[in-house]
Design a protein. Structure first.
Length: 303
């Protein structure tokens, strides 16, 4: 059984911190579609990605997140579509979701364009009240409350993209859906604003550097940002170091086996109060791009 005090902590964290409402990943730089729907279709292929993340290993009730995404340009070169399935378990709550995205591209010149996107779908909030241990009778929120609630979700994304740089803004959870079917709770899916940017620099014939950032602002949660420095060797091997504000550090390794198949691993090490309570966070990533459009270059490995 999961202790009430632990679940209460995690529950308040999930209600206040957008990262556990909308999904938090450390290898998003290899699939920007997870943070901005306007990235749909940018790999010039039918692009698929699978992530599995286990946070705070050793901390009872800690989040576990699975994400599968697929996106592709349409035959009309200025449009693209995508789908995202995500499931997250945190304490006594599970939230499977399914989202569909549509993006429209506007060319600015031969090498740059703007991408606009709308994304919408449903999230199923599943509450497993039976896993709770109540120290002083029944909790007023869980007592008589339905364990299942479906909510709608609407996101918006905008990106400016060149072959070697990008900047984008997305708004997730714009429609402020209520997440607990009880008059005793006003928990809602708070809007989150993501600002992303990155640029590729050539150091030598076989070495490239890519600094990038993700700034996250939630209406009812903390301000957070990532500072990433990625190094690519021989157009194949990636090493990334991340500083995550008010949290700690992330180290990641990524390999492109060929133009289609790539995979990676990330390890998060909190340097705040969580350090003594757990042994880190592990994240696995696998991606494959299907070259259904028969182009010579399938994926822009810059981002």
């Amino acid at each position: 059984m999961i202790k009430l005090c632990l679940l209460s902590i995690l529950g308040f964290m999930s209600a206040a911190a957008f990262s556990q409402q909308h999904g938090l990943y450390s290898q998003y730089i290899f699939n920007l579609f997870t943070v901005n729907p306007a990235y749909a279709g940018e790999r010039d292929a039918l692009s698929t990605a699978l992530s599995y993340r286990i946070q705070w290993v050793g901390f009872e009730g800690a989040p576990k997140t699975q994400n599968f995404s697929i996106h592709s340009p349409l035959p009309a070169n200025n449009m693209a579509v995508g789908l995202v399935f995500q499931n997250e378990e945190i304490g006594a709550r599970s939230t499977p979701s399914l989202m569909g995205a549509y993006s429209y591209k506007v060319k600015l010149n031969r090498s740059s364009h703007l991408s606009f996107a709308l994304q919408g779908g449903v999230i199923n909030y599943q509450y497993h009240w039976e896993k709770l241990e109540y120290r002083q009778g029944l909790d007023p929120v869980s007592f008589g409350t339905q364990p299942n609630k479906w909510v709608t979700n609407i996101d918006f994304g905008l990106m400016y993209i060149t072959p070697k740089a990008y900047v984008g803004l997305s708004v997730l959870g714009m429609n402020d859906s209520k997440t607990i079917p009880s008059d005793r709770s006003d928990a809602r899916l708070s809007a989150v604003y993501n600002l992303i940017a990155g640029k590729m620099f050539q150091v030598s014939r076989e070495v490239f550097l890519k600094p990038s950032t993700l700034v996250r602002v939630s209406e009812n949660g903390p301000f957070q940002f990532d500072l990433n420095l990625s190094t690519m060797f021989k157009n194949k091997y990636w090493l990334t170091a991340t500083y995550r504000y008010d949290y700690g550090a992330v180290l990641a390794a990524h390999i492109y086996v060929n133009d289609q198949f790539h995979f990676g691993y990330a390890y998060d090490l909190p340097l705040n109060g969580l350090l003594a309570e757990q042994s880190g966070t592990h994240e696995l990533f696998v991606g494959y791009d299907f070259n259904i459009y028969k182009k010579k270059t399938v994926s822009p490995r810059n981002f």
